[in-house]
Each structure stands twice: as C-alpha cells, then as structure tokens.
Design a protein around this ligand. Structure first.
Ligand code: ZN
Ligand code: ZN
Length: 420
C-alpha cells in the first residue's frame, strides 16, 4: 500500500461501503428523530466566506487561528472549508428570510466538515457531523429540548456509556466580570501555565479553563468559578435548565470548567461524553449573540452537533450494530450474446418491480456464474441460455431441491413474486 502513487490526504479517510453502513444507520436514526421533532433539513455550502468563521466562531479560537482550510478564488474571494455548522446555518437563516416564518425555526444537517488538526485516533481532518439548531426563540426549555434530543439519538443507537456534562458561561452581561477575575487570578500564576495558555491569557483566557495540560488543570481547579459570577438573569436561565433536566430525570454533572472552543456560546454549554475516553459524542449550547455578529440582528439560538465517526466507531467496537450481509435470494445467469442481452433486460424488469437480484453479466462462463450464485447462497437461479432466449423463456432452478422449470419471459416477474 505504501508505494501507491496516490494516497488520500493526511488525516482524511475514505468511507468504504462498510463504513457507509454505519453512517447510514446513524443518518437514519438522526433523520427520524429530526422528523418527529419537527426539524427540517438544511445543507449549507461546504465553502463559506472566511470572515463568517473569523467573526462567527471567533478570531482567537484555535479553530480559526490554526485549523481552517482556506483558499483564495480567482476572483479574489477568501473562502474556507466549513469547520463547523452553526455559523453557516445562522447565515442561511437570514439569507433565506427564515425570520418571516413562525418562530422558532428548527433545522438539522448531516455532512462533512474540515479542520486542519493534528491527526490522531478517531480525529479526522474531514469529519462528518450531524447537527440540530433551534433559532428565533429564547427560552430555557429549548436548551433542555436540544439536550433531550441529543440523548434520544444515543439511546436510539443503543449507546449507553456516556455522561452529560453541563455548564453556563453567562453572557455579555456577566462574563466580563468573570474574565477579569480569572485573568487576575491566572496572572499571578502565569509561570505555572503551559505555553499555549500563556498566550491564551492575553488573547482568549476562557479557553484556559478547558486546557488538557495537567498543570493548567491544577491551577484552574483552585481558581474562580464562573457560576459565582453569573448575573441574576443568566443564573435564572441556567437553574431552570438544570431544574428541567431533573424533572426529566436526566442525570448530569455540573462541569464548571466546560467552555467549548467557540466564541459564540452564551449561557448553557454541554457535552455528552463517552465515559471511558471523555471524548464528546454530541455537544452544543446556546448562542444568543451569533445573529448580531453575523447579520447585526438579534437571533437567539440553541443547538448541538454530534461526531459521526466517533459514534460509528462505538457501534463497531461494541458490536451494537452489525451490518447484515444482504445477499439476494435470486441469481440471474446467462449464456451467449442473446442470452446476455435478455438477461440485462429481465434483470431490469425484476429490479423495477423491487425484486432484489444478483447477476454477473460480465462473465461468459456459466461455471463461474454458478460458483458466484453458490457463494452468495442464492436460493434460485434464473438461467437464460441462447436456446431459451430464442423462445423468450428462461429456466428457473431451485438450488436446494435441484428442481427446474421453464418460464416465459412475460410471466417471469409474476412467477418470481410468488416465490418470495
Ligand atoms: Zn449574565
Ligand atoms: Zn494550558
């Protein structure tokens, strides 16, 4: 493999037919849950203007600083492969006049995203996400609803080993005070922070809260907590969300250092993490400020996104979902040129009638064809030979009993339907 002239780009992967079985399973669950919850599908372009992410996701976030794939078009536009779905959906909301619709507008998506991260297990530079967004209404109950839907997806996929972690990061009304308190506390301990966090301290101090470095975690754990800084309104919103989760008997863990790596979040942020690895399977939060940033209009919103690769990995690892070997029961074999042409026609007729069949029209040898029929454990073989083709009929053979009979072409669909 290593000496192939062309290999896929680093950190990217092919979705093989087997991978696709898992993706399809996840897609089916997600789209079904979207449907019963009145979400409608939206798919935004893979490319967006660079500025949308710089402003929407935040210029000092790691995603925008280091992880975007950007290009300059011949016309001079600066475009980037989308690193996430929320900013494009909010952009689309305004551009398509969704504010004229009854609010809230509920949208969902399922597609590939791109981040130029250091490749590591389970992380890809092109990865798939599904997402849900509720736009145009600010009410705590919608935060709870998004969490409930996220959990519903995992439940439906029979994934059990996860934990819901939740936090509030306030809003412009109160986050500033916390930032000040945090910076004040951290400045005195700057020497103990990792190299990244020393820079973050100047540019984006909140990100220090979820640094994975052990020394940073130690320092952060003894510092100020955002919950103590929330204003009345933000505190109220958050407690109502928690209260609703309790009412719904949804277990959760308060995680005061959960901030998520995107600047647009306000108030509720959450992650549903896999217990063993602490990897987030589905995560999200509220983003009431994003409309202002993107379109200079108020637009409350809350949403979540899930990582399809990781979830597919779990389905595979834990053998929760096993793709079935889908071998059809009927094999169509042919001999001779006329037989081959008729076989193609008959196959098409059967398939138009939703009858699943298998064939190998490219093979001339009957022996090779029958070997294949055997391999897929076909129950019946329809044989169209030169002689039969002239008489517009085929031989139907029951592979278990060895019995065979002749059927006229015009009756073949009806006869086969009787067998199934
Ligand atoms: Zn506040
Ligand atoms: Zn750090």
């Amino acid at each position: 493999m290593a000496n192939l002239k062309f290999q896929r780009p680093k950190g990217m992967h092919d979705l093989t037919p087997l991978d696709w079985e898992y993706f399809q399973k996840i897609f089916n669950v997600v789209s079904n849950i979207a449907k019963i919850n009145n979400f409608e599908r939206i798919e935004t372009p893979i490319l967006e203007k660079r500025e949308l992410f710089e402003r929407g996701v935040g210029e000092t976030t790691e995603i925008v600083e280091k992880e975007m794939y950007c290009l300059k078009t011949k016309g001079g536009d600066e475009l980037c492969l989308r690193p996430e779905g929320t900013a494009p959906v909010v952009r689309a909301y305004f551009e398509n006049g969704f504010s004229e619709f009854p609010q809230p507008v509920k949208l969902w998506y399922f597609g590939p995203f791109f981040r130029h991260e250091t490749p590591q297990a389970g992380r890809y530079r092109q990865f798939w996400q599904f997402g849900f967004e509720i736009l145009g209404e600010k009410d705590y109950i919608l935060d709870a609803q998004i969490i409930l839907i996220s959990l519903e997806i995992l439940k439906e996929l029979k994934i059990e080993d996860f934990i819901l972690k939740i936090n509030s990061i306030g809003n412009t009304c109160c986050r500033g005070y916390f930032k000040k308190g945090l910076v004040h506390y951290l400045k005195k301990r700057k020497g103990g922070l990792c190299q990244n966090c020393k820079i973050r301290l100047e540019k984006n101090p909140l990100r220090i809260l979820d640094c994975k470095d052990e020394k940073c975690r130690q320092i952060v754990s003894q510092g100020p907590q955002i919950l103590d800084y929330l204003c009345e309104e933000c505190k109220n919103h958050f407690f109502k969300v928690l209260d609703t989760l309790e009412f719904l008997e949804i277990p959760f863990e308060l995680e005061p250092f959960l901030v998520r790596g995107l600047d647009y979040y306000t108030n509720t942020v959450f992650e549903i993490q896999e217990k063993q690895s602490n990897l987030a399977l589905i995560s999200g939060g509220r983003y009431d400020g994003l409309g202002k940033i993107i379109a200079n209009k108020d637009l409350p919103g809350v949403g979540a996104a899930g990582g399809v690769e990781r979830i597919a990995e779990i389905l595979k690892e834990k053998k929760i979902f096993l793709p079935k070997e889908k071998f059809p029961k009927i094999f169509v074999a042919q001999i001779g040129e006329l037989g081959k042409k008729w076989a193609l026609k008959i196959c098409q007729q059967l398939r138009e009638n939703k009858i699943e069949i298998f064939e190998s029209l490219g093979k001339d040898s009957l022996k090779a064809q029958l070997r294949l029929a055997d391999k897929i454990k076909a129950k019946y073989v329809i044989l169209i030979g030169q002689k039969e083709a002239l008489q517009e009929s085929a031989i139907l053979k029951d592979m278990e009993t060895g019995k065979q009979k002749e059927i006229k072409f015009e009756k073949i669909v009806k006869e086969i339907k009787k067998l199934l």
